[in-house]
Write a protein that binds this ligand. Structure first.
Ligand code: F0G
Length: 404
């Protein structure tokens, strides 16, 4: 395996363990070029399922269980038995959205309550492999919590750069609990990320432009397909912030198809909050370039991002799957979030963009009521308890409008 430039027209290659953050030739983002997997699809599927009955750390992890498609050669992995999250039917949510077959892939049921753990197990393992002593990220909260936990496991220093006053207390508390050094930056996430990039100084960088993170995150799609007995759904709906997840999932589909594990690819629907929607704007305008937003604003603080770094990879993923990009208002997010709660599932606000989008699509007749849909829930309900208390207080008096 090696690293390669993600720009197909460049495709420069680097050593797998090179610490470059961008292509030295064209400055686009890098990705891990996975070696061709020669094992027969049926054997892979059987082996991956069998590993679920093993307690060996590599098998007990829902990420490393799929290691044939991951960077390897590590003598030790840093793991918290991440992954292995369920696909839960959303019966009442489906009714509310006006569709018949809706499941939630709940990545919020990971060790630190977010999908970031899937990427951190690989990212921090790689950081240890290259001899890093400190790891760092900028974050709207979840990456920080996850990085801090995995760094703690590995005995590394964790430095997290957070937009001051814009991160949920629950996430900040997690990062502190796991022993991170917290730097509060005035301004947005985008500013915090720029600041970190200018002060790296040997710190191993673990935002989602790090290609190893995306390798771990892509396994969410392997697991989802396994849970659907390798029958792709018609749609996968995913919240979009910095667009790492969309990029990782798109990579998964390309690799699974090439290995004969997947015939039909699901259509991606990427959803942003209306006040932080540079990718949705780009989609609607048909522009070839992303115009960054200076002051993104949404109550779904996880995705309050104006300058998503992985937009090129993500756009390729959307186009490859004949997908599309849209946005929803904060009111629609709050309503959808309450509905997911009523279904006994719960999620953080950013995750509820998925159901809000689905309801909108169904009301507009843009999605077949019988389509098989998986909505990706990215964070746990307890990630932002302030949002719940505030929005439930606002709802007092109108609770009777919710379906019984
Ligand atoms: N949902 C949640 C709960 C998130 O925390 C994030 C991103 C996203 C969705 C968007 O994912 O960036 O891959 O498009 N959170 C980052 C953080 C930015 O710092 O925790 P994306």
């Amino acid at each position: 395996m090696h690293l390669r430039c993600s720009n197909p027209e460049c495709a420069a290659t680097l050593d797998l363990h090179d610490r470059a953050l961008a292509c030295p030739a064209c400055a686009d983002l890098l990705e891990v070029a996975v070696d061709r997997v020669v094992t027969a699809p049926g054997d892979l599927k059987r082996m991956w399922l069998q590993r679920r009955s093993s307690y060996a750390p590599l098998d007990a992890s829902g990420v490393w269980r799929f290691r044939e498609f991951l960077p390897g050669g590590y003598s030790e992995i840093v793991t918290l038995a991440e992954g292995n999250t369920p696909l839960v039917r959303g019966k009442r949510a489906a009714e509310w959205a006006g569709v018949h077959h809706l499941s939630f892939k709940h990545l919020g049921w990971n060790p630190t309550g977010c999908f970031k753990d899937l990427g951190m197990t690989v990212g921090v393992t790689e950081a240890c492999f290259v001899g890093a002593k400190a790891v760092g990220c900028a974050s709207t909260g979840n990456t920080a919590a996850s990085l801090a936990a995995y760094a703690g496991r590995a005995g590394l220093t964790a430095k997290v750069y957070l937009p001051a006053g814009q991160v949920s207390q629950n996430k900040l508390a997690q990062a502190l609990d796991f022993g991170a050094e917290v730097v509060q930056v005035d301004g947005s996430f985008d500013r915090a990320l720029d600041q970190l990039l200018h002060t790296l100084d040997g710190t191993y960088f673990l935002n989602s432009i790090n290609p190893f993170r995306l390798e771990g995150q892509k396994t969410a799609m392997f697991e989802m397909l396994e849970q659907l007995e390798w029958q792709a759904p018609d749609y996968v709906i995913v919240p979009g912030g910095n667009l790492g997840n969309t990029s990782a999932f798109g990579k998964a589909f390309v690799e699974l198809q090439a290995a004969g594990l997947l015939e039909k690819v699901p259509r991606f629907v990427v959803v942003q909050a209306e006040g932080a929607n540079p990718f949705a704007r780009m989609w609607r305008s048909g522009s070839r370039n992303l115009e960054a937003m200076e002051n993104p604003e949404t109550a779904a603080t996880a995705i309050r991002i104006g300058k998503p770094r992985s937009w090129k990879k993500a756009m390729r993923a959307v186009r490859n799957t004949n997908g599309f990009v849209m946005d929803v208002t904060d009111e629609e997010i709050a309503e959808a979030k309450a509905m997911i709660g009523r279904d006994g599932i719960g999620c953080e606000p950013a995750s509820a963009t998925t159901l809000a989008a689905l309801r909108k699509l169904s009301a507009q007749g843009r999605i077949d009521r019988d389509a098989v849909i998986v909505a990706i829930l990215t964070g746990h309900a307890l990630k932002d308890t302030d949002f719940i208390i505030k929005s439930q207080q606002l709802r007092e008096g109108c609770a009777s409008e919710l379906p019984a």
